[in-house]
Design a protein around this ligand. Structure first.
Ligand SMILES: Nc1ncnc2c1ncn2[C@@H]1O[C@H](COP(=O)(O)OP(=O)(O)OP(=O)(O)O)[C@@H](O)[C@H]1O
Length: 329
């Protein structure tokens, strides 16, 4: 059996990730055995996919620690350095790295709906290398959760951290740098209709100033990964829905972000195509990328048996390892 501390140290050495102590977050393995307790909190624009610079047995998780110390130096760490990535070996040995996403008593109230929080007092942590499903009825708060992660909106209360970065105090000019580290996939693909497959993916690199050499190398590589090496010159309207979603996934990961968030990525696709997309997301996860998927796809969640976080009416009602979709959502 792998020693937790050794594995964590190895993962940090491999990735340059910050030590756990900086996060004041418990390792999952170090958490005490805990009885199931429903409701226990645990702790380019869309056209670039990398976010908007431009246009075992199921068991409910124990509560995580909150309250994170300020950066000791008072300076903002380089985000790409602070977001941990794990090698496949590390992920297999020790899926629990440093927290990549921390919600600490987060509440979101939209001004247009002042009497009903869209998220209410959510505390949860998602760790490097995890694959997590976010489930819940329509209107339960899933998209709000994702919009908070990419700092499209700010919480009304509470703190949100991506790796070591406090999104609630982050200056606006830092937001594009945050988003370079978060790949995003949406239900409606958000591809540029007049650009080819290659150009759509290349665009995500162009807007962050990557050289032509990098673009010429990385774009074909990522399109091969998603199985579209033969469609480089097609426009979106010449592709099936599943192929369009593969382009949008390629665009989201071409810059190799350590975190991939997907809002209903299979919402417009038939079951077989959806399975292919989820297989792809699983493969991406196996390379060490942390993957968060908001979905209504019961069959997929039940088949894949990954961690499930359930929201109901803005409240976190379930956080389950190897979970199922459930009948409470
Ligand atoms: N911009 C907004 N202004 C006011 N209320 C909003 C806004 N966006 C969302 N809401 C409300 O917040 C709640 C949560 O919405 P959200 O879109 O996060 O839910 P969801 O779980 O993603 O739903 P769906 O599965 O239908 O996409 C809903 O009551 C919704 O009406």
């Amino acid at each position: 059996m792998t020693n937790t501390n050794d594995a964590q140290r190895r993962a940090r050495q491999a990735t340059g990730a910050a030590p756990m102590g900086r996060h004041a977050a418990p390792a999952r393995d170090a958490a005490p055995a805990h009885p199931a307790r429903a409701g226990a909190p645990r702790a380019a624009s869309q056209a670039t996919g990398a976010m908007p610079p431009v246009p075992a047995q199921g068991g409910v998780r124990p509560q995580g620690a909150h309250g994170r110390p300020a950066n000791a130096t008072g300076t903002l760490p380089d985000l790409s350095a602070s977001l941990p990535t794990l090698s496949v070996e590390d992920v297999q040995q020790q899926p629990m790295g440093a927290p990549v996403i921390t919600f600490d008593h987060v509440t979101k109230v939209y001004p247009a709906q002042p009497n009903r929080p869209s998220l209410h007092d959510i505390s949860v942590q998602i760790y490097a290398g995890e694959f997590v499903f976010l489930v819940g009825h329509s209107g339960s708060g899933k998209s709000t959760f994702i919009r908070l992660i990419i700092r499209e909106i700010k919480p009304t209360d509470g703190k949100i951290y991506i790796a070591d970065e406090d999104l609630t105090t982050m200056r606006n000019w830092r937001v594009p740098y945050l988003r370079r580290n978060i790949g995003c996939v949406f239900q409606d693909f958000k591809l540029l209709p007049n650009k080819t497959v290659f150009e759509n993916v290349a665009f995500a690199l162009e807007v962050i100033g990557k050289s032509r050499h990098v673009i010429k190398t990385q774009v074909p590589e990522v399109l091969r990964l998603v199985g579209l090496q033969d469609k480089l010159d097609k426009r979106p309207d010449q592709l099936s829905g599943g192929e369009q979603q593969r382009v949008s996934i390629a665009r989201a990961i071409v810059n190799r972000p350590p975190l991939l968030v997907c809002d209903e990525p299979t919402g417009n696709l038939d079951p077989q195509t959806s399975r292919g997309i989820m297989d792809l997301l699983e493969r991406i996860n196996r390379t060490g990328t942390t993957v968060l998927v908001a979905t209504h796809d019961r069959e997929m969640v039940d088949n894949m048996r990954r961690r499930v976080i359930a929201l109901d009416n803005g409240q976190l009602t379930r956080d389950q390892d190897r979970g199922v979709y459930g009948f409470d959502v």
